[in-house]
Design a binder for this molecule. Structure first.
Ligand code: HEM
Length: 532
């Protein structure tokens, strides 16, 4: 826990904010409880794992916590339950259209073209129309329906990568390209699925230009995207300081990031347009939208939105899915019984002669439960993505002022022990009895992992499907266990996750071995049959 430091720049900003804060307080109606600011407007805020601190604050302040820092209001929502009601859903209800806006990410100047960092307004409506073409349940995909299923082909590539990396040392690197191991296999697979669906691009086995470019651009987003990383998140006035001033490093950095951001937006999009000109483009979200655009008058604004949505789908879809897959590997390393039960189910339904596919899904319920539990156990975005109030509102008898930044504590919600008993345990069986769960108001499917209201993740169906096919095919073909030290003793992995916008397990060692020679051959055959 750290108090935000005082610098001359900060003092000036604070004075203005204090005056503003006094005015606001004078007019304040009944605000939710929360930690009080010091005379200078600062509040002791957590510097890492804020979601855990906010969850603990529940004991002090309750589920709806209000912080007023340097004159800026922040609302933390700690629960999805409220006398049987879904508090977060209530707040994210379309009646509160005000909440469909994003909190301004001032440190991300240059990223505002990415839809999930964009604030809202009329563009949001148009964005939403376009994002709705991100694959939903397969029947509703407007372009090539087989596209969605191609994720099972791409999964074959991941299995082959795993086959060549039996001993899974997970070489995690927060920035840029990682060595080709477990993360290499999962990163490449997630990138391949999204690049294929969005741009119709088949990624190169290694060092794909577009993937490398996007990964570099997105590493900067991961470094800065979590609310509170920069002081400017709390004191928006700081965005006006000149670049040369001490403490304005975030502005200098943003300038560099903008170049990468632009390249990530333009390069794959221009490639698709070029291929369309020559008739060699593969059907995908971008070609589908561009064809409509060509027939509808070629409005430059519309073209910009298609480009933005395409880049956003990659930005929002690749690393998030990877995080889920890595959480799965960690869970299987620690909970061998879960893996055994999944393998038994798959062996019974699918048999030894082929890999599982989406047609088996109805009979492979346990795989679904594992996927839900991965999303709950380590939510990929533990603090969601901040929303913002565009109007004054009332909630639970409290006044929520316009301009309030709303942070849904997704981790807190999915680790609330009244909803998820024994929340730190990876326990897929918790979803087994849907009826009893619903009667007792416990263990509901963790949709909160995908956000709330009108800005809820439009890629959630694709994400769940990508995770499902990963879990099903990996369980069918590999054993996952603890790595052994030089004395042959199992190495106990730490169950630790990164404190970043997109959280994933910290590096750990595990052993990944094909279940049999027959299964290894099956994996090789599946890749030969796959075109990707
Ligand atoms: C495990 C995987 C994923 C997780 C946990 C996840 C989670 C989220 C969350 C929490 C948000 C913010 C929602 C809010 O503001 O309340 C979001 C937004 C978004 N996601 Fe996902 N996501 C995943 C995969 C994907 C995929 C595969 C795609 C598309 C291919 C995608 C596309 C988007 C887009 C376009 C937005 C921005 C929506 C908006 O701002 O209106 N996501 N996601």
């Amino acid at each position: 826990m750290a108090t935000v430091p005082c610098t001359p720049l900060l003092l000036c900003a604070s004075l203005v904010c204090i005056l503003y804060g006094c005015l606001v307080r004078r007019n304040a109606r009944h605000l939710p409880p929360g930690p009080r600011a010091s005379t200078f407007g600062s509040v002791a805020l957590p510097t890492s794992y804020p979601w855990k601190t906010y969850a603990e604050w529940r004991k002090l302040y309750g589920d709806v916590i209000y912080i007023h820092i340097f004159g800026n209001p922040i609302l933390i929502l700690n629960t999805a339950r409220d006398d049987g009601q879904q508090a977060v859903r209530r707040v994210s209800d379309t009646s509160l259209v005000s909440l469909s806006h994003r909190a301004p990410a001032w440190a991300l100047i240059g990223y505002s073209r990415l839809h999930h960092t964009a604030r809202g307004g009329s563009d949001t409506e148009r964005f939403s129309t376009t994002t709705s073409t991100i694959p939903q349940p397969p029947t509703t995909i407007p372009y090539s329906p087989e596209k969605h299923m191609s994720s099972s082909k791409i999964s074959s590539t991941r299995l082959t990568c795993l086959l060549t990396t039996y001993e899974g040392l997970y070489p995690f690197s927060e920035f840029g390209v990682v060595p080709y191991g477990l993360t290499g296999a999962t990163d490449r697979t997630a990138a391949a699925i999204i690049m294929n669906i969005v741009y119709g691009h088949q990624v190169a086995p290694e060092g794909d230009n577009f993937v490398t470019l996007a990964d570099k651009a997105l590493a900067t987003l991961a470094a800065s995207g979590i609310f509170g990383t920069y002081l400017v998140d709390y004191i928006p006035l700081l965005r006006h300081v000149p670049r040369w001033m001490p403490g304005a490093g975030f502005k200098r950095q943003a300038l560099e990031w903008r170049k990468l951001n632009q390249a990530m937006l333009n390069a794959p999009f221009d490639m698709v347009k070029e291929r369309m000109k020559h008739g060699s483009a593969i059907s995908a979200l971008t070609t589908f939208e561009l064809e409509k655009w060509q027939h509808n008058g070629q409005d430059p604004d519309e073209e910009r939105i298609i480009k933005d949505v395409a880049a956003t789908a990659y930005a929002a879809g690749a690393d998030t899915t990877v995080s889920g897959v890595i959480s799965f590997f960690l869970a299987m390393t620690i909970y061998p019984d879960v893996l055994k039960r999944a393998q038994a189910e798959i062996d019974q339904v699918v048999g030894p002669d082929r890999l599982p596919n989406f047609d088996d899904r109805i009979s492979l319920l346990y795989v679904d439960w594992i996927v839900w539990e991965c999303l709950r156990w380590n939510p990929v975005t533990p603090l969601g993505i901040a929303h913002s109030m565009t109007d004054d509102d009332e909630y639970e008898g409290y006044h929520i002022p316009k301009g309030t930044t709303v942070l849904p504590n997704v981790w807190g919600i999915l680790h609330d022990e009244t909803t998820y008993p024994d929340p730190l345990r990876f326990h897929p069986e918790r979803y087994a009895d849907a009826q009893v769960n619903s009667e007792q108001n416990i263990n509901e499917i963790p949709w909160a992992a995908f956000g709330f209201g009108r800005r809820m993740c439009p890629g959630r169906w694709l994400a769940v499907d990508s995770l499902w096919i990963a879990v099903a095919t990996i369980c069918a073909t590999f054993d996952i266990s603890k790595a052994l030290d030089e004395k042959g003793m199992p190495i106990e992995p730490d169950v630790e996750f990164t404190s970043t916008l997109l959280s994933r397990p910290k590096p750990f060692k595990c052993r990944i071995t094909p279940r049999s020679q027959a299964v290894a051959s099956l994996v090789e055959q599946s890749l030969e049959q796959s075109s990707i």
